[in-house]
Ligand binder design. Structure first.
Ligand SMILES: C[S@@+](CC[C@H](N)C(=O)[O-])C[C@H]1O[C@@H](n2cnc3c(N)ncnc32)[C@H](O)[C@@H]1O
Length: 412
């Protein structure tokens, strides 16, 4: 008799334990190393031969029976043919770009990753190069663009870039703005060009919000613009970032979003980049959701996670001095500069491709973890939190120790 996991199941081994990924149900089942060894042995030997060498044969037999009952595996009288090869994962192509039009901002947020303020350097990228870049990116496959900064509305010709992106048929055009400078004519313009707007609220009242932005009156102006845009039917997304000064506001922000009729997104915690790389800003109690089982996985994600970084692949951020990063938070990962190099060469360059292909198989600790193709990971966050700023540092939000197969949370 032979035993195999069924075609929709995959065994992923970790340093101590392993996991069976059921690509039909999306469930990820943890198994110990003896069970994993048994399943590996079943790939090349008959079940009877394997069990004959094992003291706990009955236990192992019942494990295989259980897998068969749960339709995760099956017994075969004749050794089955090798499983067909998995579909190859296509190479990633550019899909989305952030354009940091200016480093200048009329706010001076405590935590700003780009360290923006009103005195930041002038944009080095000529306007004609931004326009050309939109064409190049579209030709490479990009369908989404976000204009950001600094404060993108301080870039004098931002409208022309929106018009160009619309003419090039970008499917998704978003402006990430603090919304303090939005005029009535801008709202009309957003509407005409189907622009989505993202903005940020740091509290449900002015005192705390303005203490983050260090711009008195910013809360009232942002809130007023949000209300006017919503009334005009503009799709508005509200982000919120939590740090020490506003951690008591997390619930209030969610409530305010609900009152405004905007889908409330759980607030994120500041990331250790730029001015945000300061432990004294960290919230004392508010935490982002920890990495935790049960994990869920779908076949596309499972196969992709083995070849590419699902979060980074297909994205670039271009700064006001022309530098290209794989993500707006990955500011030390310069992959080229569009003032010196055509975008197509930056995209095909080793630096960006390495970032796009940073799978968990490359990452410290994750590479030894059986959950590595099921959990989410943020490379810039892990890098920022690492004392040596190592791109491949283990994720700070994960307390799983794959070397002993245990979660090491304080409360566990
Ligand atoms: C850099 S701002 C630029 C757009 C605009 N000027 C604004 O203030 O919304 C874009 C977003 O990045 C967030 N952000 C800035 N620094 C951050 C950090 N260190 N960690 C997490 N989010 C950060 C801001 O809170 C804001 O939601």
């Amino acid at each position: 008799m032979f035993f195999r996991l069924l075609n929709h199941c995959r065994l992923v081994e970790g340093a101590c334990r392993a996991a069976i990924y059921d690509l039909n149900s999306g469930k990820v089942l943890s198994v110990n190393s003896s069970a994993a060894d048994l399943l590996v042995a079943c790939q090349s030997r008959a079940v009877e031969d394997i069990l004959a060498d094992l003291p706990d044969a009955a236990l192992f037999q019942s494990f295989l029976n259980m897998l068969a009952e749960k339709q995760l595996g099956s017994f075969y009288v004749v050794e089955p043919a090798a499983r067909p090869a998995d579909f190859p994962v296509p190479s990633p192509v550019l899909d989305f770009l952030w354009l940091e039009l200016t480093a200048k901002c009329n706010n001076r947020c405590l935590h700003c990753y780009s360290e923006s303020d009103i005195h930041s350097e002038e944009t080095a990228v000529p306007h004609a190069r931004w326009l050309e870049l939109l064409c190049e990116a579209r030709a490479e496959g990009a369908t989404g663009v976000q204009l950001i900064g600094g404060e993108p509305l301080l870039y004098s010709s931002w409208q022309e870039l929106v018009e160009k992106a619309a003419a090039l048929q970008y499917q998704y055009i978003e402006i990430f703005t603090n919304a303090t400078l939005i005029r009535e004519e801008d709202i009309d313009f957003f509407k005409r060009h189907h622009v989505h707007v993202a903005t940020t609220i740091y509290a449900a009242h002015a005192a705390v919000h303005d203490s983050v932005t260090k711009n008195p009156g910013s809360f009232e102006r942002t809130l007023s613009a949000i209300k006017r845009m919503l009334a005009a039917g503009i799709p508005v997304r509200i982000a919120s970032i939590i740090m020490k000064v506003n951690e008591a506001e997390a619930e209030n922000i969610l409530r305010l979003c609900q009152q405004l009729g905007v889908d409330p997104q759980p607030p994120d915690v500041i990331r250790p980049t730029g001015r945000g790389d300061d432990d004294s800003l960290l919230p004392e109690n508010y935490r982002r959701l920890p990495v935790r089982p049960p994990f869920a996985v779908d076949p596309e994600d499972f196969f992709q996670a083995q070849c590419i970084n699902p979060c980074l692949a297909g994205k670039i951020a271009v700064t006001a001095n022309g530098d290209v990063f794989p993500c707006i938070f990955a500011r030390s990962m310069v992959c080229g500069n569009i003032l010196q190099t055509p975008l197509r060469d930056v995209i095909r360059g080793a630096a960006l491709q390495t970032c796009w292909h940073t799978t968990k198989d490359c990452v410290e600790k994750c590479r030894d973890c059986e959950y590595r193709y099921a959990c989410h990971d943020c490379r810039p966050l892990a890098q920022g939190a690492d004392s040596e700023k190592n791109w491949l540092a283990a994720s700070p939000g994960c307390s799983y120790n794959p070397y002993i197969g245990r979660w090491e949370d304080r409360d566990e």
